[in-house]
Write a protein that binds this ligand. Structure first.
Ligand code: PEP
Length: 244
């Protein structure tokens, strides 16, 4: 049985005033779905104090535990601040910071070593979809960015088509179902049926209160990774509700 997961990615948004929104999201904390919010790193420690019943995550971590890496944060630091999850391989990190699958694999390993659950993001660009390469791209990203030894406890996979993030565009439900079924099959083949069947798969890309229920009805969609609509409780709560 896979517990549904509503994950919010605040990206580079939010100062301490945003903790009021987080507190308001606590209204859904008793529901069936797990709630995760990944605020900017500056807010992780305060968010972990504020957010009763809401898991807190980072948005990235360095592969090393410590050292001369100015401006970076390690997985043990995130855990020490109160995070239990970390998003890795988001397409904005891949694009803005040139992150490749090998680096994401190393970061995922570092996250596991710090007892963080890694939310590993995969997804195709519009050009790749239009060239009918979506499944090849996703298969390659899964194989290269997830280390050996995955368990359902420490891995969540988020399918985020790059062209759907922040654009208001959403794939058809058939397209989402096809990719999620493919990811499930690949996880089962590599890690065994038990791990493959119990690992949660999130859809991400322009999830809103108005489309959440339809997306959550697609087989193998166990929740969502939500960007813009996770910033305000008024938007995020109905999405969480759609999972309950
Ligand atoms: C994201 O950044 O992970 C995301 C899915 O963003 P949005 O919901 O705003 O499209």
């Amino acid at each position: 049985m896979r517990r549904k997961l509503a994950a919010g990615n605040w990206k580079m948004n939010g100062t301490r005033a945003a903790l009021d929104e987080l507190a308001a999201m606590g209204a859904a904390a008793e529901g069936a779905a797990e709630i995760l919010v990944c605020p900017p790193a500056t807010l992780i420690a305060a968010a972990a104090q504020t957010a009763k019943g809401i898991a807190i995550g980072g948005q990235d971590c360095h592969p090393a535990q410590s050292g001369a890496h100015t401006g970076d944060l390690s997985a043990p630091m995130l855990a020490d601040a109160g995070a239990s999850y970390v998003i890795l391989g988001h397409s904005e990190r891949r694009a803005d910071h040139g992150e490749d699958d090998q680096l994401i694999r190393e970061k995922t390993r570092a996250a596991w070593d710090a007892n963080l659950t890694a939310v590993v993001c995969v997804g195709e660009t519009l050009d790749q979809r239009e060239a009918n390469n979506t499944l090849d791209i996703i298969g390659g990203q899964l194989a290269a960015s997830i280390p050996d030894g995955a368990t359902a406890h420490r891995l969540v996979v988020a399918y985020e088509p790059v062209w759907a993030i922040g654009t208001g565009k959403v794939p058809t439900m058939e397209q989402i179902g096809e990719v999620h079924g493919f990811i499930r099959a690949r996880l089962e083949r590599r890690f065994g049926a038990g791990v493959g069947r119990s690992t949660r798969l999130l859809y991400g890309g322009s999830v809103k209160p108005g489309n959440a229920a339809e997306i959550f009805a697609v087989p193998n969609v166990d929740g969502a990774l939500v960007g813009g609509a996770s910033l305000k409780a008024a938007d995020f709560l109905p999405i969480i509700e759609a999972l309950n």
